[in-house]
Design a protein around this ligand. Structure first.
Ligand SMILES: [Cu+2]
Length: 151
């Protein structure tokens, strides 16, 4: 009986820890959402574009951005194949769903499985014309590429 009581107490305290861990995580994501909303409200210059990755093309082949300003690209893979959105060389920052989107030898690399989607945020720091393409073998050659113009 005493052992059972101990088990109940232990169970209760680990439940408390679990609840504490959950409630600890909640304010962080609430803050992130608020910051994003505030930035959008304050900036007024941030732009968003939807870009679908299809078999085998991008729904839009011309994107434009402004130097020093964030361009949000709502990526979605509407095809049956894996695709990605890649730019080899681009000064600035890029994140996919809040995580760094840089990869070895690539300034932007956002891979998407079929039916997956992701929020790509590119903030270029220099003006110019940059090619975006899909690195899956054969896709770029088949026409899966476009141009990002930064002014
Ligand atoms: Cu592809």
């Amino acid at each position: 009986m005493r052992l059972l009581k101990t088990a109940i107490v232990l169970g209760a305290s680990s439940l408390t820890l679990l609840v504490a861990a959950c409630s600890g995580a909640a304010p962080t994501s609430a803050t992130a959402t608020a910051t994003t909303a505030a930035a959008a409200a304050a900036g007024g210059s941030a732009s968003t574009v939807a870009l679908k990755l299809e078999d085998i093309k991008f729904s839009t082949t011309a994107l434009s951005a402004t130097k020093g300003q964030a361009l949000t690209v709502d990526l979605s893979n509407g095809g049956a194949l894996d695709h990605d959105f890649t730019i080899e060389k681009l000064d600035g920052s890029a994140t996919i769903d809040g995580k760094d989107a840089k990869a070895t030898g690539q300034a932007v690399h956002a891979p998407l499985k079929p039916k997956a989607s992701g929020k790509l945020v590119i903030t270029p720091s220099t003006a110019g014309t940059f090619t975006f393409f899909c690195t899956v073998p054969g896709h770029r050659e088949a026409g899966m590429q476009g141009t990002l113009t930064v002014k």
